[in-house]
Ligand binder design. Structure first.
Ligand code: ATP
Length: 301
């Protein structure tokens, strides 16, 4: 009988792998709104991670051959550190995330994770190693528990609960009569933007990836919720290599290092205070945002 079920098992595995792929893709679509698949090299091994550092080594990339977006970009995120990418709109921040997830290969240069060229390993292993917390998460019309367990196939109830706790979802779940079994989505409980993002964080905790990619624009959230979510993300990103795409500078002042992207290259990098002292592009962007925030406050008064 076991023999008979083996093909079904296989099919189940294939289905689950595809399903997991789909949710990652769905999240990436939302985050990055584009995708082109790059095939695995025949016989490619899985990515083996001991020290999950990320290296961009002289990366040249353009979506179209006559318009390069990244023009020789080099940086390293050491294992376990929390780095942020900032830069003017259209500078290529999301493009970096797309390349790391290998939706495209660079025209020149290399991208390494833990010393391994990501072109040389299987995509499944690459994508299993990277967790994405997008600003706008996709929820299924199913229970909260199901939505969290989706992070990794075979996740048990204990793991789901631990993840919910880690994502600070317990105060919400404790209020619901059916707890993790509560239906959410279109036919169920409508979750707020902040709650949805917490579900995405819990899902990522279940996946437990060594590398995190955060899209930190939380413009849809009020300041208090944003601060709470940021605190949760900071906790979650501890001990993981984290790359945050920041659209607003106020959210990344705590990063170990800030990479400032301009015209396809690394213009500056340093901590928030180092970059302010350098009085370069970052200091300029910071001053501009401060003025804008003050203007908005003035207009509101
Ligand atoms: P923002 O902060 O506004 O989100 P960004 O720094 O994340 O910007 P990217 O999304 O990486 O910028 O885009 C960089 C450039 O690449 C932009 O000029 C954009 O128009 C271009 N681009 C993005 N996706 C594609 C695509 N699929 N095909 C062609 N050009 C693209």
């Amino acid at each position: 009988l076991a023999q008979l079920f083996r093909p079904l098992d296989m099919l189940g595995m294939v289905y689950r792998t595809i399903r997991q792929g789909l949710i990652d893709m769905a999240e990436m679509f939302r985050l990055l709104d584009t995708s082109v698949e790059v095939p695995d090299r025949p016989g490619a091994p899985a990515l083996a991670i001991r020290q999950p550092s990320i290296v961009f080594d002289n990366v040249v990339f353009g979506y179209e051959p006559d318009r390069m977006i990244l023009k020789g970009l080099s940086f390293e995120v050491p294992a376990g550190r929390n780095y942020a990418i900032v830069g003017p709109s259209g500078a290529g921040k999301s493009t970096i995330a797309r390349l790391l997830f290998r939706f495209y290969d660079p025209q020149e240069g290399r991208i390494l994770i833990d010393g391994q060229d990501i072109r040389e390993v299987t995509q499944a292993s690459l994508r299993a190693a990277i967790g994405i917390v997008p600003q706008d998460s996709v929820l299924f019309n199913d229970t909260i528990g199901y939505n969290i367990a989706y992070g990794r196939d075979g996740a048990g109830i204990d793991e789901v609960e631990a993840a919910a706790r880690g994502a600070a979802l317990m105060p919400l779940i404790d209020r619901l009569p059916q707890r993790l079994e509560t239906e959410v989505g279109e036919r169920g409980l409508k979750l707020s933007g902040g709650e949805k993002q917490r579900v995405a964080i819990a899902r990522t905790l279940v996946k437990n990836p060594p590398i995190l990619m955060l899209d930190e624009a939380t413009s849809a959230l009020d300041t208090r919720t944003e601060q709470d979510i940021l605190a949760t993300l900071q906790r979650v990103s501890r001990d993981r290599t984290t790359l945050s795409i920041a659209h607003r500078l106020s959210t990344i002042a705590e990063a170990d290092r800030i990479l400032v992207l301009n015209e396809g290259r690394l213009a500056e990098s340093g901590t928030h205070s180092q970059l302010l002292r350098a009085e370069g592009l970052y200091a300029e962007m910071w001053a501009r945002q401060a003025t804008e925030a003050a203007n908005i406050e003035e207009a509101a008064e």
